[in-house]
Every structure is written in structure tokens, then in C-alpha cells.
Design a binder for this molecule. Sequence first.
Ligand SMILES: [Zn+2]
Length: 252
Amino acid sequence: MDRRKLSSAVEAIREADSVVAMTGAGVSSASGIPDFRSDDGIWTRYDPNAFHISRFRTDPGGFWNERVELIEELFGKAIEPNAAHVALAELESAEYLDTLITQNIDGLHQAAGSEKPIEIHGNGQRAVCTGCDSRFGIDPIVERVESGETPPTCERCGGILKPDVVLFGESLPKSALLEAQAASRDADVFLAIGSSLTVEPAASLPRHALDRGEVLVIVNLDRTELSDRADYDFRADVTDVLPALTEAVLQE
Ligand SMILES: [Zn+2]
């Protein structure tokens, strides 16, 4: 890691009035969660159409039967936050990180201690009632599906439950997106972490940050869409860079 580049990025974070971070698949895969879009990702083994919102609407029972397999693959084994999750939570509790936006659906930022990440693609550890909007932990719902309750329904209103994530064909939750955009607009420094910055509309957040003259720090193993324009482009493991960055920011 280039120490001079690191300390210069650290300086920018320490001097900023507002810092926003956005995390993508690279932060989850460091915890052993298979990613969706890579060459051997989830969507090479599952048919994305099976999880489209129109499939959910026309055949919720069949949808859930296939969905539980996917949920088992994503969350079946014990998953733990990694050093990048922990570093971001530390940065937040020391008040150097104002807003955390995540494209990930695994809830690991909260598990690491982040207070209220903006989850623009939802949270796969929960189900939501399509009738009354109540939210439930996913584990008992998976058990109910596996014991034949397809589709699972809400114990409060009888409505059909849906994984609390953005399915194909669904738009992003408007309030989360507006909140993410507002926080990005107010930021001086934007950290884009573990994302190839190709999936819209999340990719436009750092692009607009650059257009406004904010400092863009990218941490990602591979080159990203915005690597050429970024102020700092760390092409390295998120679990190496984030702890080093946080440690340096917190140093007196
Ligand atoms: Zn309900």
C-alpha cells in the first residue's frame, strides 16, 4: 500500500465536514458471501427470472420454494463481519463517517456496529409483508417455507410475505435513495468501497460527487468505472485498506 497516498487520503477525511461511504459486493465477499454478478457469481447458477417481481406476483409459492435455496446459500452458514465492516463502524462511532450507504443485503454493517446504514437494495435477513409492511426475521420464515407453507403469510394481516430486498423489476426504495442522494450532496469526501461502480443508480452517487468537486476515494480490488477520475484509487483488498485508513484517521 502506498503510504503517502494513504496519509493524503486520511488528511482529506480528517479535514472534511462530512464524509459518506458506499459499500458494494467486495465488502461482503470478504466475509465469504458469494457475490451475484462475477463470472462464477450467484446469477451463473440461478436463473434471475425466477426471482423477478413478476414471478413473485404470479407464483409466490414457487418463488419462495426457489428463494429458500438462495437464502441458504447466502446466509446458511454463520457469517461474520470482516475487518472492513469493523473499520467503518469505528470510523462512524468516532464521528468521522457521517453516512454509510450499502448495496449489500446481508446486514453485516449493523452486526459490526454501524448504527443506521442506508440499505438501498434492502436487507435479505428480513421479510416484509406486502399487505401491512410489517418486517420479520428471515430464519423462521425459511423454516415455514421448508415445512410447506408456500407462500408464507403475515401473522398480523394474512398478506403474502416477500424478502425485504429489491427484486429484479422492482425500483429502489425511494426514501432510501433520496436519503443517500441528500447525504452525498452534503459530503466533502465520498468513499466508494468494494464496488465496481457499474450498477445504476448506485454508481451515479460517486459520479455526481465527483462532478460537484467532492474528493473521491475508491477502494476496490479491480479497476472501476471511475478509477481514472478518482482522487485516490486504492486497488487492494478492502480488509487491508480500510483498517489502515481508519487507524490513521483515529491516530492523534
Ligand atoms: Zn401484514
